[in-house]
Design a protein around this ligand. Structure first.
Ligand code: AMP
Ligand code: MG
Length: 404
């Protein structure tokens, strides 16, 4: 049976990124850059004050009392016209452009004019008793970024702070990858719609809601196709709909096990090819990958926790590859097991709660690990990753984990 790593590499080897497009910055949160961002100009683009205070000439300052005449008042956004001569100062606000001749700013609180209520007029003179070095309290042109610097690289998923920097640089439109379009369906005769009353022997389709959320969180768009009953025709019909919509990937849950009613693998083979349908892991052994109508297909297991784990371990990296992301978003952290943990030798993903003690993350399993027990996933903070071949993790040992 394939290992998790082999299976993931097989899936990724069949995927390449979708096309790029130019999108307005306002819709770029969480989108992925399709080109490096080069600064078109310096940041700051002009020397300016880092404080509310007085622009001065550092050479005029002494440790004993100095009085300078205030020859200008420079609010943020204005263009100063004065050039400071020896013995002169200009009142200046944070972010305002430094006047010629000035090379430092003394903060208001260090002067005899410690007033900044709105509407206060500038004084005629200002006095203080301290020396300043040239450059003090000044944000010099190009101090943060030089024109031509590459500030972000292709493949980066844009965070809110990135959008701020793009706006600073005047990038009203950004080259980003299109959102991968993912067809999503559930399968099983037992599944009811979320709004339907319960009936004997039936359960509600929870997977499609969870998986649609996961798809969005991976920066892709979920195209929900509903539920296929356990019949060849229904499965074929939904797969064909996905092909007609020309999606980038098809994601299903359930029906890929070895049950008498698990038709999905067989139907995929009628118009494509199954690559594998089992992975040596727990939960989530029945996990299928192939192509249908030329479109990559991932069949997740039906049990909700298995579907979740299968998504995180295989579908998330797949969607990120489609979406052009270079650096995977799921980071592993080290956590210490509070109690001994038993495993069965397969690579295992176990639900756990995490608490911090003296800078160490301590992990404790969230009760029974049945793969149908969605509550224990809801209550978990992390998935502990127990490597293949390990049957017992002693108390106090560290393991890798995905924080949820
Ligand atoms: P299967 O892989 O079809 O044998 O399904 C395995 C288990 O997952 C069964 O208990 C199913 O009832 C359950 N299951 C399958 N699909 C869903 C779904 N969409 N939502 C919740 N549970 C499901
Ligand atoms: Mg089923």
């Amino acid at each position: 049976m394939l290992s998790v790593t082999e299976a993931r590499e097989r899936i990724l080897s069949h995927l390449k990124s979708v096309a790029a497009e130019t999108a307005p910055l306002t819709v770029c949160a969480n989108r992925t850059l399709a080109a490096d961002i080069t600064a078109p100009h310096d940041i700051p683009s002009f020397d300016n004050s880092a404080m509310d205070g007085f622009a001065i000439r550092a050479e005029d300052t002494t440790a004993s009392h100095v009085t300078l005449s205030v020859v200008a008042d420079i609010p943020a956004g204005s263009t100063p016209t004065v050039t400071l001569a020896p013995g002169e100062a200009a009142r200046i606000m944070t972010g305002a452009q430094l006047p010629k001749g000035a090379d430092a700013v003394i903060p208001v609180e260090d002067t005899d004019f410690n007033r900044r209520e709105a509407g206060t007029a500038a004084p005629k003179t200002v006095s203080f008793a301290r020396t300043l070095k040239a450059g003090e309290n000044i944000r010099a042109r190009g101090m943060d970024i030089h024109a031509g610097d590459i500030v972000m690289q292709k493949g980066r998923a844009l965070k809110p702070q990135d959008l701020g920097l793009l706006a600073t640089l005047g990038m009203a439109n950004v080259e980003v990858y299109k959102k991968p379009r993912i067809a999503l369906f559930s399968s099983g005769d037992e599944l009811l719609d979320v709004s339907a009353p319960l009936e004997p022997g039936k359960i509600r389709d929870s997977n499609s809601y969870m998986l649609a959320g996961l798809i969005e969180s991976a920066g892709a768009e979920a195209i929900r196709l509903g539920v296929a009953r356990d019949e060849r025709d229904e499965v074929t019909n939904l797969l064909d709909q996905a092909v007609k919509k020309n999606v980038d990937l098809i994601l299903s849950s359930a029906g890929v096990s070895v049950g008498a009613f698990d038709f999905i693998k067989e139907v995929v083979e009628t118009n494509g090819k199954m690559d594998f349908w089992r992975v040596n892991m727990r939960p989530g052994k029945p996990l299928a990958f192939g192509k249908y109508g030329g479109i990559p297909f991932i069949g997740l297991p039906g049990n909700p926790v298995s579907a979740f784990v299968g998504f995180e371990v295989f579908a998330r990296p797949a969607l990120e590859r489609l979406g052009g992301k270079m650096d995977g978003s799921r980071q592993k952290v080290k956590v210490r097991c509070e109690k001994e943990i038993e495993s069965d030798g397969r690579e295992s993903y176990l639900r756990a709660n995490i608490r911090e003690e003296n800078g160490v993350f301590l992990a404790k399993l969230t009760g029974h690990q049945g793969s149908g027990n969605l509550l224990s996933l809801v209550q978990a903070d992390a998935l502990l990753i127990i490597p293949a071949g390990v049957k017992c993790v002693p108390a106090g040992q560290e393991v890798n984990a995905y924080l949820l």
